[in-house]
Design a protein around this ligand. Structure first.
Ligand code: HEM
Length: 245
């Protein structure tokens, strides 16, 4: 009896499936995965800012992350799944918008909807390419293979010299240029994403929504300043000079 209607493929899609693929379901998934990615970006920045405390602080932070072993892999796979869902459901929403546009959509929306969508798509694709470059640079360490053999001593143990790697990585002008452009587009993506988030969440009071939008944009630009301060401090101000050997 339990087997009968609910799980039968003939009984039609289940309510969860219907919600997930409804317009509000897709928007909610894009919003929630976006929030999770922003939380990662905030956490990653806090960890990276230990570069200003000194080599031991950044190396100890990186060492602690690596010592998580299998848990780190679970987090990495979770992050990958979140990125995949964010992209997949964004694409479904674009298709939906594309179908809706020839109707009354254009007239009922203020200027910029199309430009906004196009900017989000372009910045999203470039941010994805930037993250792939970043992973090749600092995680796989294939952009400069010398990063793989950089070690240092921390509390009497030999560990990977993440501080030296970051300093060496950002002593290269074209690499810093890639990061600044990538971080700028990430900020533009976050700034727009965080503003539209409040519409998705159904905040209809214009004054309150405007305040939240401002808070979202401010957060995006604070993240930009925090991230960009690292390559700029290394390249232009000589932070960590001599640490990379
Ligand atoms: C100045 C900017 C940044 C610096 C200095 C930086 C630094 C690093 C370093 C050193 C690692 C390797 C850690 C290790 O394996 O020991 C790393 C990994 C990573 N970074 Fe960044 N990062 C920056 C910006 C970003 C941004 C903007 C994003 C995302 C949008 C990002 C996403 C990641 C991811 C996903 C990893 C892989 C984490 C893992 O090992 O699983 N990073 N970053």
């Amino acid at each position: 009896m339990i087997k009968s209607s609910a799980s039968s493929p003939r009984s039609g899609p289940c309510p969860a499936h219907l919600w997930i693929f409804s317009s509000i379901g897709k928007k909610t998934i894009v919003a929630v995965t976006g929030i999770l990615l922003v939380l990662f970006v905030i956490g990653h920045l806090i960890g990276n800012l230990t570069v200003f405390i000194g080599p031991d602080a950044l190396n100890a932070y990186a060492e602690k992350l690596h010592s998580l072993g299998p848990i780190l892999w679970v987090v990495r796979l979770g992050l990958l799944a979140v990125v995949g869902l964010h992209i997949y459901f964004t694409m479904l929403l674009w298709k939906e918008n594309q179908k809706a546009r020839p109707k009354k959509y254009i007239a009922s929306n203020p200027v910029g909807t199309t430009v906004f969508a196009r900017t989000m798509r372009l910045s999203g694709i470039i941010v994805l390419a930037f993250v792939v470059f970043h992973l090749a640079h600092f995680t796989a360490r294939v952009v400069d293979p010398s990063f793989q053999t950089m070690t240092t001593t921390l509390d009497g143990r030999q560990v990977h010299n993440v501080y030296g790697m970051v300093v060496k990585g950002f002593s290269n002008v074209p690499v810093v240029a890639i990061y600044v452009v990538g971080l700028f587009l990430l900020t533009s993506h976050l700034s727009h994403g965080l503003s539209s988030l409040f519409q998705t969440l159904g905040i209809t009071n214009t004054r309150i929504r405007k305040n939240y939008e401002l808070a979202g944009r401010t957060l995006a630009w604070l993240l930009f300043l925090g991230y960009v301060s690292i390559p700029i401090a290394i390249l232009a101000l000589g932070l960590g000079k001599g640490a990379a050997q």
